[in-house]
Each structure stands twice: as C-alpha cells, then as structure tokens.
Design a protein around this ligand. Structure first.
Ligand code: GUN
Length: 300
C-alpha cells in the first residue's frame, strides 16, 4: 500500500486552517513563519517556495528574506537578530545548505530556541533526546505523523534507519526508540561504516532511508511485508524530461512496492509531510505566545 503523503498533508493543512480560524475567533493573529534563503540553489528555492505557498494556503503569515550568495556571515546574523526580536513573527528557518564561507552551526545557534521551528538549535535537540516537549525537526516529525495516521504498528518492531544526519537519521532513531506511539521499536542506526548493511536492512520491519543516494535500496535488501519510508529526493539528470531532471528517492520504488506492506513514493511522500510538520511547529510557536486565558475552544 502506498503511503499517500499528499493526502495526509491535505488533512493536516485543513486542521491548521481551522486553528487559524479559531485564533481569529479569539481575536488573535495567525501564526507567522519567516524563511531566510541565501543564494540561488535550485532545490532550496523550490523547498522555500513550497513552504511559503503552504503558509498562504492555510492562512498563516509568511516573510521570505532573500540574501545574495556572497552575503557576509555578519549580515546574515544581523537579519536573524532582527527577526528574533520581532514579536509579529513566531517561527524562523534559515534554509540549508548555506554557502561555504558561512558557519552553519553559528547560524543555527543564533535563532532563538523559541522561534526555532526547524528544531535545529542545540537546546531543542537536547530536549528531543530527553523526551521533553520541543520543536521536533520537520522530516522526522512528518514521518511520525504519517505512521500514526496510517495506524501502522510499531511496538516491538525492528526499525532500521539508514543515515545518521542531525536533521533526519539521528532524531528519527531517537523518536522510534521512545516509549510512546509511534515508537517502542528496537532501533538500528546504520551509516557509511556499517559492515554487512544488507543483513540489517533485511531484518527491518520498518526501514527508514535518508541517504540522498538515488535508488540505493533494492528489492533484495528488503524483507517481505516491511514498511519502507523513503526520505531521499535527488535531482537526477534526464534529457527526456522538460525540466532536464527527474526526482529520485533512495529506494527503487517499482521493485520494492510489490514486497513492502507500506511504502512512501517520491515525490508525494515524505516531502509533503515535512512541510506540514514545519507548519505544525509554527502553530505551536504561536500558541506558546498566547496566554491561555485568551483562547477558548482550542484543541491543541
Ligand atoms: N535543508 C534540507 N532540509 C531542511 C530543513 O528541514 N530545514 C532547513 N532550514 N533547511 C533544510
């Protein structure tokens, strides 16, 4: 069965639009997300454009700050400071990757944790590890939402995560091992130095692949009936396509679809729920700033 990220995202967007109406009914402004985009990387342009467009669709405010590729680190930090201090903006993301002359860690740490809806700040990562309420980074949060909404059993399952990045693999492994639903898995986190990778992937009940290597996982690596979550989305040159490229996941979808009990497509899978997870975090950032006495009839 295909896990329809588009459908789940539409469901979540409808819920968020309703939250905006409830805020308005209580005399409160909608959530507002600011995004900083440095340079003109094609994929980053596309991602930021969909984030901003999704805000508009559901009635969130949005601000897109575009800076040239040669902007100084100091200017970028100054822009972050000014958004940090702006009470009309609830969430701030700086689209990664940044040009080489800018220190990404320094930039990530400059966004105040209260507005860090990407969940990248060390304070928020620390809270995630401790299981405290925080902004969970968007891709893992979206995957958790997808597993939950499709009612996929996770307790006691072997979850194998491929890739140990700070924004996907590592938090994903953490969340799936928690004592909650989705979660309670026995988790194996595999990476470039893992020996005999296939022995792990073949024993996975839930396989989450976040490598950025097109069609790396083939059918022979997957157990019959596994749940396969494909985080990869790489532009692969294709002269027969009018755009000059096609999007490929990390998983050979056509051959694995027959074997898997559930599988996410690319596009239309994890990418969709990643965006809605960011919007859910932005709503949370907004609600954190509203006194409870100002809200009636709120569900979250
Ligand atoms: N680059 C790739 N994924 C992400 C993300 O989730 N947030 C930001 N800010 N940049 C990214």
């Amino acid at each position: 069965m295909i896990l329809n990220g588009k459908k789940i995202a539409e469901e979540i967007k409808a819920e968020l639009a309703n939250e905006v109406r409830l805020l308005a009914a209580n005399g409160q402004r909608p959530p507002h997300l600011a995004a900083i985009l440095v340079g003109n990387d094609g994929a980053s342009e596309t991602y930021v454009a969909s984030k901003v467009k999704s805000c508009e669709t559901i009635g969130f405010g949005s601000t897109l700050v575009r800076l040239p590729a040669d902007v100084s680190e100091e200017q970028l930090l100054h822009e972050i400071d000014s958004i940090n201090a702006n009470d009309e903006i609830d969430g701030l993301i700086v689209q990664l990757p940044l040009p080489k002359h800018i220190d990404e860690q320094k930039v990530t740490e400059r966004v105040i944790p209260e507005k860090d809806v990407d969940g990248f700040h060390p304070v928020n990562v620390g809270k995630l590890v401790l299981g405290l309420p925080t902004f969970v980074s968007a891709t893992p949060k979206g995957i958790m939402e997808m597993l939950k909404r499709y009612d996929i059993e996770t307790s006691g399952k072997h979850c194998v995560v491929l890739g140990r990045s700070n924004i996907v693999g590592t938090p994903m492994a953490n969340l799936m091992s928690r004592n909650s639903y989705p979660g309670n898995c026995t988790v194996t986190l595999c990476h470039s130095r893992t020996k005999d990778l296939v022995s792990y992937t073949r024993s996975a009940d839930i396989l989450i692949v976040a490598l950025g290597r097109p069609e790396f996982v083939t059918a022979d690596m997957v157990k019959e009936g596994a749940v396969v979550i494909d985080v990869g989305i790489t532009r692969v040159e294709d002269s027969t396509n009018p755009r000059g490229y096609v999007l490929k996941g990390d998983v050979a979808f056509d051959e694995i679809e027959k074997k898997a009990s559930f599988i996410t497509p690319v596009p239309g899978g994890v990418g969709r729920t990643t965006i809605t997870a960011l919007l859910q975090n932005t709503l949370q950032a907004r609600l954190n700033n509203v006194k409870p006495s100002k809200l009636h009839n709120h569900v979250s």
